[in-house]
Write a protein that binds this ligand. Sequence first.
Ligand SMILES: Nc1ncnc2c1ncn2[C@@H]1O[C@H](COP(=O)(O)OP(=O)(O)OP(=O)(O)O)[C@@H](O)[C@H]1O
Length: 428
Amino acid sequence: MIEAVGLTKRYGAKTAVYNLSFQVRPGAVTGFLGPNGSGKSTTMRMILGLDAPSDGHVTVNGLPYRRLPNAPRQVGALLDAKAIHGGRSAYNHLLCLAQLSGIPRRRVDEVLGVVGLHEVARKRSKGFSLGMGQRLGIAAALLGDPQVLLFDEPVNGLDPEGIRWIRTLMKRLAAEGRTVFVSSHLMSEMALTADHLIVIGRGQLLADMSVKDFIAHNSADFARVRTPDGEPEQREKLTAALGEAGAAVLPEQDGTLRVTGLPLPRISDLAHGAGVRLWELSPHTASLEEAYMRMTQGAVDYRSTEDQRAGLLGPAGQGQPNPYAAPPGAVPGAAGGAAGWPPPHGAAPAHPYAPPAPGGPGQPNPYAVPPQNPQASPQAPSQAQPQGWQPPPAAPQVPQQAAAPAAPAAPPAPAPADLTKRDNEDAR
Ligand SMILES: Nc1ncnc2c1ncn2[C@@H]1O[C@H](COP(=O)(O)OP(=O)(O)OP(=O)(O)O)[C@@H](O)[C@H]1O
């Protein structure tokens, strides 16, 4: 079990992680998601005692990493697969690690077999491909047969077979009762691998819930409807009939209609009543990627200037309304408008594809910490409210009390020009 309470990390004026509280439980794969620069690696480094928190604390099995007896046998981690002495063979690299931690030599052969590197074990690792390096890093993480495992972007550079292998491995490790905490930007992979998600944006907690709940709470299902090609009057007739019945209808670039607000049988009946033939009527269930994009859109620091101009944030494509965009009137917060969005509790969503307001009457708040989660520390309520989500403050503004109930004051949102500048700097 990993437990973070009020975890905060500042690098000078930069607040990388702010007041983060969560638990990572054994027996499950917990995905750790967040846009670039949101603080995932920093959090992992603090878990592993490589960085000291500025505030708050994090424990592994009840103790800070540095106080764990023989930590490498309790916690295994893949942080940076490139952090290997290239002149050493894979075997010698692992043997050094094993000897430092009192791990028997035979374990080196075992883990080399597990990760599929036994045939190249005597080769120098500087000749390894990206994927081979990842496998060696994973072997090192498994070396002490630890109960707690952390993987930062483990599928980086792996081919499809390798990706599938790591998915199976993680599930197996979790099924053995271990704690598996894994960061990734590959949403399709996370959807297949993770049971639970912790999502952060700009160093703050955005969500702590199961994958299923995360998708359900951050997306809106809709129907795809296609009328016969080359008969625009059929499409118009149907659009009018659906609109009259209270549906929201948006034309897609591929000629279909995206319909929300009505069940499929009702759409079919309305089409029949209007004398419109249908070539397609299919349900669309949101993917983890769509739900993730929707939740984190306002917490993205680095975005292409082309995407900003075209509004390419969701699958609707250029020139189409973006179903994941903040509704008109949402406060344009930092880098795209998290502030004020989702709408306040109980408010009707202004956007046709917006899911119901989280925490509205009769609805659980998807951003709230689940009741069974003992994370309900004094810090939790202020962290788990994306509606009031604010970027972490610069160092002088951070209240010294980690348990401060109110969200900290937000610095001014960067103007698009600032983002452009950052992009250009990145490109350099
Ligand atoms: N040693 C450091 N000194 C100063 N700033 C740092 C340091 N380490 C991280 N940061 C900053 O802290 C923020 C969080 O970085 P971090 O690497 O934790 O993000 P991340 O979520 O892992 O990003 P990515 O998905 O791109 O790997 C970034 O703005 C980064 O520039």
